[in-house]
Ligand binder design. Structure first.
Ligand SMILES: *Cc1c(COP(=O)(O)O)cnc(C)c1O
Length: 370
């Protein structure tokens, strides 16, 4: 009998979120609302739909393996050299490539916890040790929801090849500000690569939260990870990118690229999305306005919600998490629970968020929460 590597056998099986159509059928309603995956609710940009149609007749050919056109468009957009860029089949694939390129058994990957669920798995697959540094309360008396960068810097040792700083943090929505981030980067040894995971950068409105591409400048051990899946609305097409200060970092990541994994359609769509930046900005502004409304409505209901800099909010409901998420699901609202910690809720359309708020009110009326 064949057997997988022990590290792989121990990986948890991927548990996809509930499919809204299945849930709606199961509980006998017309439509369920999915607020679980931080997608934007808008349909694809018109220019993206056109680009996909235009590229479709070329899909009998392999994609451009170097994603030359997309890489050039990104380089122009961000004012960097194409050599500083690596594109990937979603930012998650770039996370995996980073671990493959920089980690081997005996090394470690450091990150805050709770943060993006992928980080511990990366370490496990690479045979590296995961160094998890607990979040700290962002407000006195509040829940632990914010990076503790001093503790993260202190936890790095001479085995640490990679550090992820998810800013804003998934799932808590909090973001670190410029002085603390710069102090952290000053403290990290030159042989440790800091990856600023900015999957939600476009939704940041706090001017004190720095753009990773700015703080990266002059720091050869820093790289920024971004994605087209969230603000740009291409989650189903799978395209992300890494921009590194040192071209050698980007080159190392390109070396572990699975050939052709950014498809022809994904490349064409991403180029079209970049060219539609104005429209994306106005969509983001709508999400940000709705984020404010949803946050206020949740606080009115007694939830201790931190200011979010992303397109989701965090309900730190602790031990009530599983029960509350199940009760919402029974009312056709799909969220992302983290058992024992809290529930992450994507900012939806105003109608979707009103459905969430009504479901919360109904749950509480049925079983008042202490
Ligand atoms: C969604 C997300 C990503 C990347 O998503 P892709 O769809 O793989 O590009 C990366 N990091 C964080 C923190 C995310 O939430």
């Amino acid at each position: 009998m064949v057997s997988a590597r022990p590290a792989v056998q121990q990986l948890p099986a991927y548990r996809p979120g509930r499919n809204p159509a299945d849930l709606a059928r199961e509980i006998g309603v017309d439509r369920a609302v999915k607020l679980a995956s931080n997608e934007v609710a808008f349909p694809p940009l018109p220019a993206v739909v056109e680009a996909l149609a235009a590229a479709a007749p070329e899909t009998n050919r392999y994609p451009d393996n170097g994603a030359v056109v997309l890489t050039r468009a990104l380089a122009e957009h961000y004012g960097v050299d194409p050599g500083q860029i690596a594109t990937g089949c979603g930012a998650v694939m770039l996370c995996q490539q980073l671990a493959q390129s920089f980690n081997e058994p005996g090394t470690s990957i450091a990150f805050a916890w709770r943060s993006f669920e992928m980080y511990p798995l990366l370490a496990q697959v690479a045979g590296a040790r995961a160094i998890q540094v607990p979040l700290t309360p962002g407000r006195s008396g509040g829940p632990a929801d914010t990076h503790d960068l001093d503790a993260l810097a202190a936890a790095i040792d001479d085995t640490t090849r990679l550090v992820f700083v998810c800013n804003p943090n998934n799932p808590t929505g909090t973001a670190v500000r410029r002085p603390e981030l710069e102090r952290f980067l000053d403290a990290v040894p030159a042989g440790t690569l800091v990856v600023l995971d900015e999957a939600y950068r476009e939704f940041v409105t706090d001017p004190e939260v720095p753009d990773g591409l700015e703080v990266m400048r002059g720091r050869p051990n820093v790289a920024v990870l971004r994605t087209f899946s969230k603000a740009w609305g291409l989650a189903g097409l799978r395209v992300g990118y890494l921009i590194a200060e040192d071209p050698a970092v980007a080159e190392a990541v390109r070396k572990t690229y699975v050939p052709f994994s950014v498809s022809t359609l994904a490349q064409a769509a991403a180029v079209a999305a970049l060219a539609s930046e104005e429209e994306v900005r106005s969509r983001v502004a709508a999400v940000v306005a709705e984020r404010g409304r949803l946050t206020a409505a949740l606080r009115e209901r007694g939830f201790d919600v931190a200011d979010s800099q992303a397109n989701f909010v965090w309900l730190p409901v602790g031990e009530q998490t599983a029960e509350l998420a199940a009760a919402l699901e029974a009312r056709a609202i799909i969220t992302r629970p983290f058992a024992g910690e809290g529930i992450r809720v994507t900012v939806g359309t105003p109608e979707e968020d009103d459905a969430l708020l009504a479901a919360l009110d109904a749950v509480r009326a049925a079983a008042p929460v202490p």
